[in-house]
Design a protein around this ligand. Sequence first.
Ligand code: 13P
Length: 279
Amino acid sequence: MATEYELKKQICDIGKRIYNRNMVAANDGNISVKLNDHEFLCTPTGVSKGFMTPEFICKVDEKGNVIQANKGFKPSSEIKMHMRVYEKRPDVGAVVHAHPTFATAFAIAGIPLTQPIMPEAVIALGCVPIAEYGTPSTMEIPDNVEKYLPYYDAVLLESHGALTWSVDLLAAYHKMESVEFYAELLYKSKMLGGPKEFDKETVERLYEIRRQFNLPGKHPANLCLNKHTLNCHNCGKGSAAGACATNGCSGSVNSDAKTYSPEVVAEITKQVLSQLGMQ
Ligand code: 13P
């Protein structure tokens, strides 16, 4: 079991990783770790997460109130968002918020990551919905993220970034890496004319692998198994009114938001690139 000081060092290491991998710019992003039900470590507000040392790290209670912070440091302005994850998901030990380029571009375009295009993304994430836009630092973000918490371990934050959580800090960070890699592959395959999606049987075989590995966390594979219904990847494709949709697996921000076919996305992308003189 890592000591509190070791956990603070781990937060600094993960801060360096998200900064060095272009997942955050300037002072963006925040990280937290659960010590016990009433104590949490978190990054301070307004510092570059790439240059933190353990003295930067603050300790808060389950409401986000300061228990300990060194002079000049205050907990992240997004601490309430982190606390909502811990409140609704007792299995979670760490939360990471970042603005990775590709995932954030999807969040800005209002396109959830719902296309099953490669095995690791299907197994690790299922699909990644978009939580409705909220003003940073207000209760709007925790309130809008809440409905996704029982079913997923990652969401895009509309017009803002991404939020991931898992059993410990490395696992929560890995979710962020997976989200960004999935978004990058989806973006690039759209540039190449649109990804070739797995069919339902292939997706179900991958979900079965996930169940056999007994991977921690929530995932559409478990949700859909329980509901005896289609997997998450089918949501928003004509069957959006099905059981997935009513269980938070809307695959989209707004109830009236559309999921575009790869062909439509590829065509729109081509037109935009051509208008920008890039094609
Ligand atoms: P903090 O520095 O307050 O954690 O905020 C950074 C951020 O990315 C807000 O969305």
